[in-house]
Design a protein around this ligand. Structure first.
Ligand code: SF4
Ligand code: SF4
Length: 415
């Protein structure tokens, strides 16, 4: 018996055609959604991707995006996410190989390679399902208060579950109906095939329904991706790769129009952010790790870093005034401690966003003009009054204020 994949077993030509039409529609909807967000990012100030940053970030990318080390700080959910992500990637690669084999006419899915392919996909399909079930359980039991309890989050997990289970069902029917001798290379499908023997629900006649429902669910997933938080499957790796990795406490500070680190501008309207900053908010997975560590949030202040990111992301359709959807209390509450940036698994830099909004949205509220003047004099002249440095003690003249003399200071040092 020839060992090779029979991609369209028991599927008529008309149904094959319908599959391609549905696939085309799903891809069009996906492309439109992607373009819609891309257009919105580009309404921001233009900032080019720095290829030096991408090069420098490569090792960091492997650690954060591939090994997902930040997620592992919460061992249970980190492992679950890894299982889902790895399972998803392997199944995706498997689908691409089917496409190459069948549609490009390059026969790769045959012989020993095909047997190993079936085994690997079956195992990773199970890894994917276990990850999904555990995630559903953790969510359902509300074991992590940081997780939002949105219906769409549950719906997306169930969609994935149905897709994965549907794949096994059609595999099981195919093995049971064709009696192929190498069916055991797909252990899960093989076990199911044994249970399907003589079944009224899972047989050659119902195969088309199972096959089509599986395909429709996959296309639904492709189509909705850019309209839901699933978009992070694309944007998170991109953001991790292109965002400069900063040490905690390393942020852009602007005094009297002069910027001391990097280049930044104040933000009073949404499109004052750069295109890359707007893109970064689309990488948010709504995981709540930033809220979990934010001292302002934990001490009951109005600020929640996740909300800040989500509000920017969800208001991007118009060039809204920042103050119309983010309050000054939220912005003022940030201590710039960097805990949120440190915790974020997709490299969003909350501090840069918050500071830019502070500069633009509430400069007068934040800094009294007299205090600002004093700070500028101190920065420029080392004299709070703006006079030369050498005369900075002049204000003590006539006042009975002891001044430390050099000899005294030496003595002090010796002590
Ligand atoms: S930097 Fe600001 S927003 Fe982030 S954790 Fe610290 S206080 Fe919260
Ligand atoms: S900003 Fe980062 S840490 Fe915060 S919810 Fe979004 S992905 Fe999670």
């Amino acid at each position: 018996m020839e060992i090779r994949r029979d991609t369209f077993w028991n599927i008529t030509f008309t149904m094959q055609l319908l599959l391609y039409v549905l696939a085309g529609i799903a891809i069009l909807i996906f492309c439109y959604g992607f373009y819609r967000r891309y257009r919105l990012w580009n309404k921001g100030r233009k900032e080019k991707i720095s290829w030096d940053t991408v090069k420098n970030n490569f090792a960091y990318f492997i650690r954060i995006a591939i090994r997902q080390t930040k997620l592992q700080r919460d061992k249970l959910t980190g492992t679950m996410h890894k299982m889902m992500a790895y399972g998803f990637v392997v199944l995706f690669i498997g689908t691409v190989l089917v496409f190459i084999d069948h549609d490009f006419g390059i026969p790769i899915l045959q012989g020993v390679f095909y047997l190993i392919y079936e085994l690997v996909l079956d195992v990773f399909g199970m890894v994917f399902i276990i990850g999904l079930l555990a995630f559903l359980y953790i969510r359902g039991k509300r074991q992590r208060t940081r997780m939002l309890q949105k219906r769409t989050d549950y719906a997306l997990l169930i969609l994935f579950l149905l897709i994965a289970a549907g794949g096994y069902v059609i595999e099981g029917i195919r093995i049971s109906e064709t009696n192929i001798t190498y069916g055991h290379w797909s252990p899960v499908g093989y076990l199911l095939s044994k249970g399907f023997e003589g079944s009224l629900l899972f047989n050659r006649d119902t195969y088309l329904v199972w096959w089509m429902s599986h395909a429709i669910l996959v296309f639904a997933f492709i189509a909705i991706m850019p309209y839901t938080k699933l978009f992070h499957i694309f944007t998170a790796p991109v953001n991790i790769l292109i965002s400069p990795v900063k040490r905690t406490g390393d942020f852009e500070a602007e005094v009297n129009g002069a910027i001391s680190v990097g280049e930044s501008k104040s933000v009073s309207k949404l499109y004052d952010f750069t295109n890359l900053q707007l893109l970064s908010t689309d990488a948010c997975t709504e995981c709540g790790r930033c809220d979990n560590l934010c001292p302002a949030h934990l001490s009951g202040k109005e600020l929640a870093p996740r909300n800040i990111i989500m509000k920017i992301r969800d208001n991007m359709e118009e060039n809204k005034v920042i103050a119309s959807f983010i309050s000054s209390e939220e912005l003022k509450a940030c201590t710039t401690c960097g805990a949120c940036v440190e915790a974020c698994p997709v490299s969003i830099n909350h501090i840069d966003l918050i500071l830019a909004m502070r500069r633009g949205a509430l400069p007068e509220e934040l800094l009294n003009p007299n205090a600002e003047e004093a700070l500028i004099h101190t920065e420029n002249d080392h004299n709070i009054w703006g006079s030369p440095w050498s005369s900075r003690e002049n204000w003590t003249n006539g006042l009975d204020i002891p001044v430390l003399q050099p000899r005294q200071s030496k003595k002090k040092e010796a002590n």
